[in-house]
Write a protein that binds this ligand. Structure first.
Ligand code: HEM
Length: 506
């Protein structure tokens, strides 16, 4: 009897547990997915999602479907989050489930898993992310401010002589800062091999990640076809891409190791990290983390600084107000410094508004769910892509009245102090994948804005007949949204400004 009753109890317990699990599973499976527009068979919502400015369409849809919606394309579920609460609840509070990235077959073939923005949520990502978070925390980036300022002044010198090439100068500036901070490496004026390789790598990522760019990303079984099979050119491309990635990672670190051996290494993140490193695995992590920094850190900053110039063309009164504040602090007799920042609240607020107004990553980067999850009664299946609509968050009229107006004043208190707005972090993404470069951006952006405004006036360019050339003021771009090409005039404010810019910089 006791034996029988023990067996019965075990059986009963198993039945209950099994029943609960099955029941839960059943309940889960019968839960609806977040609502969204009804799609067509097989292709789903392929034709509902616009190729450009999709964040505006999602904002529109949210009026019908609410703060959490979903669409499907060829069976891939895409969940779109529209409110700060949904973003906080999922990407931040449940970060262990929602911090993966979508896996693209071509990226796997090219072995690009090391590149942080696209890497899976795995131990390699954790090791590199730890290194970057430590190296790029606010207290650590302060030591790079003199370098950032000196390189920015050099950029102004180039603007002075060739103002029409402003975009090339901004690109050069970002490469110069990143390579100096990461590796203590001084980039060449033209055709620098490390810079060229980094740019080529980012271009490859952008081109091959685009939906429809490579069939193998939509039909992964194609990767198993033999190399001689017609239409498998992507295999050769993957081999070349893998080599390119390796060059991004190994080239500049090799430079630092040589410089360390020769005793010529300059202060840099690589130098700090390598000095502490005791293992081969540790050295590999450093090379991957810094390779990610140098490849990921340029394009977005170029987009932000070109938007800044566009803003000066479009809103002359903003420019005048910021220049008046700067003149009151420097007297026009010296260039601004980082230490002036507390006395420049309008300039500081302007930087925040530049990040918000026409943000360059309106949908952050896609996250991906590693488990089935239930939220507000909806099932979010494992493998769903999660898009957080940062654009909606930063253009919500309840938080940012007149959201489409460019108004630095929204970040100033009535007594003129800068308002610290944690919501603005949405410009840098969310949760565990939030941009690790955001504190460096804060320094780079402030000093570039202060230096440009104190020395130049930016306005509409004129054609040969003296007529103003219209500025489109539009933005586009596959992964990073940036201003479409525009002509502008960049003119020194005075002879004193010319002399200040031209003085030698350390
Ligand atoms: C204004 C300039 C920048 C903006 C607006 C920006 C924005 C972003 C966004 C939206 C993400 C994705 C976050 C997410 O998935 O939720 C990201 C990721 C990343 N950013 Fe930035 N970024 C900027 C500059 C930089 C700079 C200067 C660096 C390097 C120093 C950098 C390095 C990275 C890296 C490595 C990642 C990948 C992080 C990960 O997936 O764990 N970014 N950034």
């Amino acid at each position: 009897m006791p034996f029988f009753s023990t067996l019965s109890l075990v059986a009963l317990a198993l039945a209950v547990v099994f029943g609960v699990v099955v029941n839960r599973r059943h309940r889960r499976d019968s839960l609806p997915r977040p609502p969204g527009p009804k799609g067509l068979p097989v292709i789903g919502n392929l034709f509902d999602i616009p190729k450009t400015n999709s964040w505006l369409t999602y904002e529109e849809w949210a009026r019908t479907y609410g703060d959490i919606m979903s669409v499907e394309v060829f069976g891939q579920v895409i969940v779109i989050l529209q409110s700060p609460k949904a973003v906080r609840d999922l990407l931040e509070k449940r970060g262990t489930i929602y911090s993966d990235r979508p896996s693209l077959p071509f990226f796997e073939m090219a072995q690009w898993g090391w590149f942080l923005p696209t890497s899976r949520f795995d131990d390699q990502w954790r090791a590199c992310r730890r290194l970057l978070d430590r190296s790029l925390r606010p207290s650590a980036t302060v030591q790079y401010r003199p370098t950032i300022r000196a390189k920015t002044v050099k950029c102004l010198q180039r603007m002075l002589t060739q103002p029409n090439d402003y975009r090339a100068h901004i690109e050069q500036l970002q490469s110069a800062i990143n390579m100096s901070v990461a590796y203590g490496y001084d980039v060449k004026e033209n055709d620098d091999p490390f810079v060229e390789t980094g740019r080529e790598f980012v271009r490859m990522i952008q081109e091959t990640a685009l939906p429809g760019a490579l069939l193998v990303n939509d039909l992964p079984f194609l990767r198993n076809l033999p190399d001689w099979f017609p239409g498998t050119g992507f295999k050769q491309l993957a081999k070349l891409s893998r080599k390119l990635g390796e060059e991004v990672v190994a080239g500049p670190l090799g430079f630092v190791k040589d410089a360390m051996a020769n005793g010529t290494a300059q202060p840099s993140l690589a130098l700090d990290d390598l000095r502490e490193c005791t293992s081969e695995k540790g050295e590999r992590d450093i090379s991957l983390a810094l390779g990610s920094l140098h490849a990921a850190g340029s394009d977005s900053m170029v987009a932000v600084l070109t938007s800044f110039l566009l803003i000066l063309v479009l809103f002359p009164s903003v420019q005048e107000k910021a220049q008046a504040e700067l003149d009151a602090v420097t007297g026009g007799t010296r260039l601004p410094e980082f230490a002036d920042r507390p006395a420049l609240p309008y300039v500081d607020a302007l930087c925040k508004e530049v990040l918000r107004w026409r943000m360059i990553s309106p949908l952050a980067f896609p996250h991906s769910a590693t488990e089935d999850d239930v939220y507000e009664g909806y099932l979010i299946p494992k493998g769903s892509y999660i898009l957080a609509n940062s654009w909606s968050l930063l253009h919500d009229p309840a938080t940012y009245p007149e959201p489409h107006a460019f108004k630095p004043e929204r970040f100033l208190s009535p007594d003129g102090h800068v308002i610290d707005d944690p919501g603005l972090n949405a410009a840098f993404g969310f949760g565990k994948r939030i941009c690790p470069g955001r504190h460096l951006v804060d320094s780079k952006l402030f000093i570039a804005v202060a230096l440009v405004l104190s020395t130049f006036t930016v306005g509409k360019a004129k054609d040969a007949k003296g007529n103003e050339i219209p500025v489109p003021g539009t933005f586009s771009g596959p992964l990073v949204s940036q201003p479409d090409a525009f002509a502008c005039s960049i003119v020194p404010r005075s002879q004193a400004a010319v002399e200040l810019i031209s003085a030698p910089v350390e």
